[in-house]
Design a protein around this ligand. Structure first.
Ligand SMILES: *Cc1c(COP(=O)(O)O)cnc(C)c1O
Length: 372
């Protein structure tokens, strides 16, 4: 019997998406599948395995700990991590043969001292987040080259990250591509010959061919979600995540009955409500109260009233459902069920946040095709 409430992840969908993205970017462009934040909520290790099976040349994560977890699970391919703090365990990163990203001279020195041999340099081309500030590009490139000449490490990559790739006409994209070209020229002038130069995330990879360079870093599209809703068109991606639960209880309520904390919804007519045993403890946003729908008994059912810590109430109208019946909070959308994108739109957020936050007490089950 499946657990009462679970995240079902279709690994066949992940493989399909990774292969599709490889086709879209074409030959000669390496594919990095980004599996940070527990694979955007899909389970990092099984997703990483599926991505490798579908030909991912690289895996990308934020932290060294994430990368070490991939190694512990047996991954032996190239893995890049890109967000460290002072005092990080670079010796472990070196022993695990990771590619680590440096943003500064101080980080380069700390990495070199710990024996890290493969370093990538991230340059800030306009996001104003991580990465070497433009004024320091020359200094950092020359310092990295000096460390190379001393034989202590190799610069395997120079890269950057877009600010507005989901809005392909935003002027920041062109400006960042130009700045990145400048950075590559400066790196070359310093004597660096990186193995990979990369700029594009999913949206960049799909929508801005000029940003593909040697490698693309695809996260959200690998999970089958639209990287630029309203812009991308139908690429044929398949959403991999379904969140489902068993209906806990069904009951009739009368017109005028208030539902859930604060009675933010009052039944206008007699209706049947269903109790779904998931709440914000499972990552369902509290803001989803009165705003999203679930799928049960072959139809969409509005969530009524506030989302509680452990439970949420859906409106079944006059339909007859029973405890134990299947409720899909969101899924691929193939049968009419809401999607993570539908929830994101209802909640003024992005599909990334919807899938990544799912967890808590939810079990996670990986399947291979056939959906949930
Ligand atoms: C998360 C992340 C990505 C993946 O972005 P998507 O939009 O999910 O494809 C790529 N590069 C960096 C640096 C990231 O932090």
């Amino acid at each position: 019997m499946p657990p009462r409430a679970e995240i079902v992840v279709d690994l066949a969908a992940i493989r399909h998406n990774v292969r599709l993205l490889r086709e879209i970017v074409g030959p000669g462009v390496a594919m990095m599948t980004v599996v940070k934040a527990d694979g955007y909520g899909h389970g990092m290790v099984p997703v990483a395995r599926a991505a490798r099976e579908a030909g991912a040349d690289w895996l990308g994560v934020a932290t060294i700990d994430e990368a070490l977890a991939l190694r512990a699970a047996g991954d032996t391919g190239r893995v890049l991590c890109w967000l460290t703090v002072p005092g990080e365990d670079y010796a472990a990163a070196a022993a695990a043969d990771l590619d680590v990203t440096a943003y500064s001279v101080a980080e380069l020195d700390e990495m070199a001292a710990a024996g890290v041999t493969r370093v990538q340099l991230k340059v800030d081309t306009g996001l104003s987040r991580g990465g070497v500030a433009r004024a320091d590009w020359g200094t950092v490139f020359e310092h990295a080259r000096a460390l190379e000449l001393r034989g202590s490490l190799r610069v395997t990559g120079v890269w950057s990250h877009f600010a507005a790739s989901d809005d392909p006409d935003h002027p920041a994209n062109t400006a960042q591509e130009a700045a990145f070209a400048d950075a590559l020229e400066l790196a070359g002038a310093a004597g660096l010959e990186p193995e990979v130069r990369h700029l594009a995330n999913s949206a960049g990879a799909v929508l801005r061919p000029a940003s593909r360079h040697d490698l693309v870093r695809c996260g959200i599209a690998s999970y089958g979600l639209d990287p630029a809703p309203g812009v991308t068109g139908d690429l044929g991606l398949r959403p991999a995540m379904t969140v489902r639960a068993d209906l806990a209880m069904v009951k009739r309520i009368h017109a005028g009955a208030g539902v859930s904390y604060g009675h933010t919804w009052t039944a206008p007519d007699d209706t049947t409500v269903g109790l779904v045993p998931v709440g914000y403890g499972e990552g369902i946003p509290r803001a989803a109260g009165n705003r999203v729908e679930a799928w049960a008994g072959g139809a969409r059912r509005p969530v009524r009233g506030r989302v509680c810590m452990d439970q949420v109430v859906i409106d079944l109208g006059d339909d007859v459902l029973a405890p134990g019946d299947d409720v899909v909070l969101f899924g691929p959308g193939d049968d009419g069920e809401p999607t993570a994108q539908d929830w994101a739109e209802a909640l003024d957020t992005i599909n990334y946040e919807i899938v990544t936050r799912m967890g808590g007490r939810l079990a996670r089950r990986h399947v291979d095709g056939g959906g949930a």
